[in-house]
Design a protein around this ligand. Sequence first.
Ligand code: E4P
Length: 214
Amino acid sequence: MKIYVDSADISEIESALALGLCDGVTTNPTLIAKTGKSMEQAIKDICSIVDGPVHAEVLSLDEEGIFKEGLELSRISDNIVVKIPMCHDGLKATKRFSEEGIDTNVTLIFSASQAILAAKAGASNVCPFVGRLDDISVTGTDLIDEIVSIFDNYPEIDTKIIVASVRSPMHVIDSALIGADIFTIPGKVLTQMEKHPLTDAGIAKFLEDAKKFT
Ligand code: E4P
């Protein structure tokens, strides 16, 4: 199991690193915009503290643009994974990156058919978004179940499944029970995963009782 931090916030990433909870980082344009930095600077800053894969997303939607932008991103650091929105030209660019030996993440996956196409195009990773499916009253983790089952049926597929748009610890638990490869988790959800009210109550009671020691 690998846990990535879904963030471009350096302090959030550092907190996860300190707990051994940062096998990699995923970013997207929304997360980069929150930092107030340029894409290049934000990605450089993350790569300066993270040894694992750092996923950086292209903005272009045409094959040549995606390929050019992806190459520029991949030159920032050896651990860059080029994140490509799921689209027709994105699949063509994914195939080219695969031939060049550059790792990719086909993102914004909302159906098993999209995941199959991305895998066949040579994507190193697919990124199904569970939270955004839940938002439209579709059970996001059912998609994880489908993709895991399909990929398991074909051992030649080595595309990893990154569970994205994680909004709660239940998304992680359900996807882990299914057997997803990687979870990309925002700092807030990592903190929620630590907590249980019975743990807090148990600690409080032990400390209270410790005052009675002779
Ligand atoms: C990660 O790679 C995705 O971009 C991210 O998990 C999306 O999360 P959101 O749906 O909460 O914006």
